[in-house]
Design a protein around this ligand. Sequence first.
Ligand SMILES: *[C@@H]1O[C@H](CO)[C@@H](O)[C@H](O)[C@H]1NC(C)=O
Ligand SMILES: *[C@@H]1O[C@H](CO)[C@@H](O)[C@H](O)[C@H]1NC(C)=O
Ligand SMILES: *[C@@H]1O[C@H](CO)[C@@H](O)[C@H](O)[C@H]1NC(C)=O
Ligand SMILES: *[C@@H]1O[C@H](CO)[C@@H](O)[C@H](O)[C@H]1NC(C)=O
Ligand SMILES: *[C@@H]1O[C@H](CO)[C@@H](O)[C@H](O)[C@H]1NC(C)=O
Ligand SMILES: *[C@@H]1O[C@H](CO)[C@@H](O)[C@H](O)[C@H]1NC(C)=O
Length: 406
Amino acid sequence: MRVKVEKDELMLKDSSIGLIKLLMVLILFVIGIIIGLVSSSHIDRYFNSQPNNFYMNYVTVAPAPSYTTAIEKTKVRDNGYNCSTDLSNCKQQDCLSMEGFRMPKNVTHGMRDKELFWRASLVPDKREYPFERVPKVAFMFLTRGPLPFLMFWERFFRGQDGNKYSIYVHSNPGVPLSFPNSSVFYQRQIPSQDVRWGTVTLVDAERRLLGNALLDFSNERFVLLSESCIPIYNFPTIYKYLIGSTYSFLDSYDDPTRYGRGRYSLRMKPDIKLRDWRKGSQWFEIQRTLAIKIVSDTRYYNLFKWYCLPSCYPDEHYLPTFVNMFHGALNSNRTITYVDWSLGGPHPASFQAENITENLIQHIRNNGTTCSYNIEKTSICFLFARKFNPNALGSLLRLPSTLLGF
Ligand SMILES: *[C@@H]1O[C@H](CO)[C@@H](O)[C@H](O)[C@H]1NC(C)=O
Ligand SMILES: *[C@@H]1O[C@H](CO)[C@@H](O)[C@H](O)[C@H]1NC(C)=O
Ligand SMILES: *[C@@H]1O[C@H](CO)[C@@H](O)[C@H](O)[C@H]1NC(C)=O
Ligand SMILES: *[C@@H]1O[C@H](CO)[C@@H](O)[C@H](O)[C@H]1NC(C)=O
Ligand SMILES: *[C@@H]1O[C@H](CO)[C@@H](O)[C@H](O)[C@H]1NC(C)=O
Ligand SMILES: *[C@@H]1O[C@H](CO)[C@@H](O)[C@H](O)[C@H]1NC(C)=O
């Protein structure tokens, strides 16, 4: 009994000691907070005042070099370092120009591919643009020599809204191309490198075109064209078709023959399996999202570079396979560039001067089949056609504009 009372008393004592301790801790804590608040506001005030003074000193002293006159000083200050009007100030200050950032005026630059692809892969997190963004179609010409259908293309672009398209030309460095200053192709040549057909350098050139075109934030659709390609509809039709499409037009199919699956290399395992392997025409048309994914890929590109060697052709397999594996939902899996394989053999038919008729164009436009477009069907399956022999230019230019629409 006695033992129990003592125990109870002890417990009571214990708990009251605990309470007092808790109170003291609380009081100390509150005092601590008060001291902290008071001192930090002092510190804030102290430090805040420093940068202000520093900044004021800097602004009044820094911009005007000692040799400028008083008049020049006020001029510089009133300008507010306007980089878009006066670039000479940018030598002293690291100015950022919005114009040049959202659309480089000069497509010439000294960036290596690695640097270009990194820049091209940047995506704004903010949904709204701080400028009025009219979506553009980027026409990307991959050419070996000069453009034989330059005059036909000039006619195609004549009178069209320059805010709706942009042009990029990748040509072999050995072939100097020069366009008159009145041409829409004037100064649209990107820094190019040698392309050897059937090698990965062809894919490099495609990615280089994409990378350069991505630097213009208004480019929304990207179409790859060769020197033997022509448009078979007018610009407004093509623009509406591409900008209105939910899907990209990148040819991608499974070819079970030795020209398809036969080119797969087991060394690409485990990253790429035979069931992932696809084939398709290199002449694609893709949307911005997909273009960014393509310039951002290194891993799968490298597998093709290392293991897709003759008689495997990277340009026929890399994009169809890569897009099938990761971005199939964005793709219509068909191409919008017509080509005629009906003659058989390893090369498609090449249209000569004597083949160019209204009927040919009509036939290319519509052979009686329909194609999927978003969730509908359309009779327009192709917007561009190849291959045309350079001797066809005259006949093409003589086609009535009522037929072509330009
Ligand atoms: C900079 O120049 C642009 C174009 O001339 C002009 O619209 C803008 O108001 C200028 N900005 C400043 C701060 O002077
Ligand atoms: C474009 O930039 C290149 C190199 O950066 C320069 O040599 C060339 O003169 C520039 N062209 C124009 C029209 O500004
Ligand atoms: C275009 O080139 C012609 C001759 O080559 C020249 O006379 C003219 O001044 C140039 N125009 C512009 C805007 O540079
Ligand atoms: C294209 O193929 C992908 C598979 O790579 C598929 O997911 C997609 O639905 C196909 N697109 C259309 C429009 O059928
Ligand atoms: C072009 O015309 C020639 C001569 O009429 C003909 O032999 C050839 O098959 C035609 N080519 C195509 C692709 O239609
Ligand atoms: C029409 O064109 C489509 C698409 O290229 C092709 O699949 C089809 O075989 C062609 N039909 C005829 C009758 O030529």
